[in-house]
Structure formats: C-alpha cells, structure tokens
Write a protein that binds this ligand. Structure first.
Ligand code: PRP
Length: 217
C-alpha cells in the first residue's frame, strides 16, 4: 500500500500550525479550511486535465485553457472533522456535488487484535455517482483506516463506479494506509503527511490530537 503526498510548501505550513497544541478552535478550523483549499489545488494540478478553448476577450479572440472535469466532482464529507476541510475543498471545486457520511469509531470498544475499531455508520446521503466522476472522500485523519474502509464500502456499494476515487487526509498513519489500500487497491490515497505510528488508543503520533474535538469544541 502506498500514498502520495501533497507537496505544496503552504500545505506543510498549515499542517504544522494544526499540529501545534496551542492552536485554538477558531484558528484550527480556519487552518483546516485553508489546507482543504490547497489540497484541492493539488488534486487539480496532479490529477486533472486541461483543454484549450477559444475565448473572446473584450478585444479579440484567443486561446484559453480550462480545467476539464470540474463539473464531474463529488466530495464526500466524513463527519465530523472533515466539515471545515470540505469547506476549503469547495473553494477549489465550487460546483462539486456533495455526499455526507456520519461514521465514527466506537472508542469505548477499543482497538481489536487486528488493530481495527468498530465503526458506527449513522447517516449516509450520497449523490448519484457516475463513471465520469472524480470522487474525493475527505477526512483529515486516517488512523487505523477502520472509518475509511466503512465509508468506502458504502460509496462503492452504492453501485456507482467512479473513474477516480481519491481518499484525502491531512495526516495518515501507516496501518491506515495499508488497510485502505489492501481493501481498495484502486483508490488513490493522498495525504499531507504520513506520520510514524498509532498509540495504543489508536491516536496518530505525532499527529494533531482529535481533529473533531479541536475544530468543534
Ligand atoms: C476520527 C477521524 C476519522 C477517524 C480516523 O473521527 O476524524 O474519521 O477518527 O480513525 P480510523 O482511521 O482509526 O477509523 P472520530 O471517530 O473521532 O469522529 P469525529 O470526527 O466525529 O470526532
């Protein structure tokens, strides 16, 4: 299993602020929005095509360049921590259709011997997904990968077979990358950082703490 990295220097800058324990709620949330926008630009740069089109300026006719596929983007918001991250992504993909999935780890159950958490999926609302779509599943944290595999089961099980399925995180841990890429080999994993490890409670180390709590509490 492998993941590609978002390489823009500003993305690393934003992530470093998010990691800081003194970054409080408002700055944390705004930082996730800015990071989402940068990640969106990275997806456009590395994964989408452009085409030359004739355009008319107020003075003359010339060739312009447009990004193709911007109208065929679906962004899936994995509640709760992804909400500000998705707000940023929407600045790069303003016409994207959106899906929402509420999936969360049952922390009280703890990790099982395979390093997985039981996941409760409480709400799923997805737009129709067609073969031409680029689907971006956004969740700032990919830890054990339990949440993301549950989410991807719902997306791929819904019958839509998108051209391109991107799993976007801010911080990913190696066990989550392995779990998702083994279960979904065609998924394109993109993250700003790959961290060292998970602690015994399944938190990413060094990580940034609990992104949902830091953004919402
Ligand atoms: C966190 C995070 C991811 C998930 C990652 O969500 O936002 O969704 O855990 O962990 P995993 O890869 O081990 O599944 P959490 O369950 O805390 O829910 P929240 O976003 O509502 O706080």
């Amino acid at each position: 299993g492998d993941a590609s990295l978002v390489t823009h220097a500003l993305a690393k800058d934003e992530l470093s602020r998010l990691r800081e324990k003194d970054t409080e709620q408002v700055e944390f949330r705004k930082g996730l929005v800015r990071l989402g926008r940068l990640c969106g630009y990275e997806i456009i740069d590395g994964r989408m095509e452009t085409e030359y089109v004739e355009i008319e300026t107020p003075l003359t006719t010339t060739m312009g360049e447009r990004v193709t596929g911007l109208d065929d983007v679906v962004i899936v918001n994995v509640l709760r921590a992804a909400t500000p991250f998705v707000e940023g992504l929407l600045k790069a993909f303003p016409r994207a259709r959106q899906g929402v999935i509420s999936a969360s780890r049952d922390e009280s159950a703890g990790m099982d011997e395979d390093g997985e958490f039981p996941i409760s999926v409480d709400y799923v609302k997805l737009p129709d997904i067609g073969p031409d779509d680029t689907v971006i599943v956004a969740d700032p944290m990919l830890a054990t990968g339990s949440t993301m595999t549950a989410v991807l089961d719902h997306i791929t099980g819904a019958g839509g077979d998108p051209d391109h399925l991107v799993v976007l995180s801010a911080v990913a841990a190696p066990p989550g990358i392995v779990r998702v890429s083994e279960a979904f080999p065609d998924v394109d994993l993109l993250t700003v950082a790959i961290d060292d490890e998970l602690d015994e409670e399944g938190f990413i180390v060094p990580g940034l703490g609990d992104a949902g709590d830091r953004a919402f509490r």
